[in-house]
Design a protein around this ligand. Structure first.
Ligand SMILES: C[S@@+](CC[C@H](N)C(=O)[O-])C[C@H]1O[C@@H](n2cnc3c(N)ncnc32)[C@H](O)[C@@H]1O
Length: 362
């Protein structure tokens, strides 16, 4: 099967597998499976590959903002954002009460006052889209609108992240060696319309029913059987602290925006960047606990073919990881991929990508 990867969704996300899809495709093609679970779905680029390959896909991610990506791109087969929807989402309506929450709370942190006001208006309209369509349609429209919002918001951020209160990087009139000022300064409205159009072009049906979950990996219901389980967890680099891979710290602004009512109560007001307090600790970002998390996950899905995206040098080490996987799978194959330098900080050195595949047959 010939796949045109240029047509796949563009991504601006830490650890996105978008660039590795042709390599992943080559190796997934050699495995027999019809149903797949993408445990750490992120941008859904791998789920989208599975969908393109004709599989039945279950997308999962613990962040709500990512859940909407899975809903919009994977589960959604036939709902589109119309020009009227986009107009509704972007216009001011007399019937809607607008609250300047982002404008008041995030002043000078990530976006300009004008952009914050745009976000407030969008989010209030977005909450109201459920009143226009029946639930089975509005759930997808809502997810699609949030997808286009997230992509626009990320495009306008230095490093495409919310890890620092650094609007000044955008606004200072200095010579820069990084980033793209032209992208940061493009308007939310222009980006939103363009991502909505891009997204409409990505929706298709492969005639299978797909599912989207918003669970912690350890809380995924294991009653349902999956032929293949794909595991691409936060990467804990050897000699790095857990906060290096804390996705809630990277994307807290988008996560907060998904639920404005709770946002104000979840913000850590003593943090400079107004990040969110996590309700529970995350074993997948802890060098101390992630080994146990891997072992528990392998055990839970021991009947499935298990495929792990592993980066070296990581915690646990590759040999340790293979040892854990061998407790549950008869045969483990290790496939080396490319070597990379880090986009954010070249001083952090290189990493090498592997696929570890746990199988039961010979
Ligand atoms: C390396 S990224 C996955 C990238 C993805 N394969 C892609 O191509 O975009 C890891 C993902 O794990 C999610 N995550 C972190 N902790 C999690 C947990 N405890 N349960 C489920 N998902 C989690 C993060 O939100 C992040 O999207």
């Amino acid at each position: 099967m010939q796949i045109d990867f240029k047509q796949f969704p563009t991504t601006r996300y830490q650890g996105s597998k978008r660039k590795l899809l042709p390599w992943l495709y080559k190796h997934f093609s050699s495995l027999q499976f019809s149903t797949a679970l993408d445990v750490f779905g992120g941008t859904a680029s791998v789920s989208y590959l599975f969908k393109t390959m004709g599989k039945t896909v279950t997308y999962n991610d613990y962040l709500r903002c990512n859940y909407y990506i899975g809903k919009a791109l994977i589960e959604n087969d036939n709902v589109f954002l119309t020009t009227k929807d986009v107009e509704f989402l972007l216009r001011k309506h007399k019937t809607i009460k607008y609250i300047p929450f982002v404008e008041d709370t995030f002043k000078g942190i990530y976006y300009t006052d004008k952009e914050n006001a745009w976000i407030d208006r969008f989010l209030c309209n977005w909450e109201n889209i459920s009143n226009i369509y029946p639930e089975n349609i509005s759930e997808y429209k809502k997810a699609m609108a949030f997808y286009a919002f997230c992509q626009s918001a990320l495009k306008k951020r230095p490093f495409n992240l919310f890890h620092r209160a650094n609007l000044y990087l955008r606004l200072n009139e200095v010579k820069r060696k990084f980033g793209n000022k032209t992208s940061w300064e493009g308007s939310f409205e222009t980006y939103f319309k363009s991502f909505a159009t891009e997204l409409n072009g990505l929706i298709f049906s492969n005639k299978k029913k797909h599912y989207t979950l918003n669970n912690r990996a350890s809380e995924i219901n294991t009653i349902k059987a999956y032929d293949l389980v794909y595991i691409d967890p936060p990467y804990i680099r050897k000699e790095a602290s857990g906060s290096d891979v804390d996705y809630l710290k990277f994307y807290h602004f988008l996560e907060g925006a998904c639920d404005k009512q709770k946002w104000k109560t979840r913000i850590n007001y003593s943090s400079k960047n107004l990040s969110l307090n996590d309700s529970k600790s995350n074993e997948w970002t802890s060098p101390k606990f992630n080994k146990i998390a891997f072992e528990d996950l392998f055990k839970a899905f021991k009947k499935s073919t298990i495929v792990i995206s592993y980066k070296e040098p990581g915690i646990p080490s590759k040999s340790k990881m293979i040892k854990i996987l061998k407790k549950f799978k008869r045969r483990v194959i290790s496939i080396p991929g490319k070597e990379y330098s880090y986009a954010l900080n070249k001083n952090n050195g290189f990493h090498k990508e592997y696929l570890l595949i746990g199988l039961d047959n010979n």
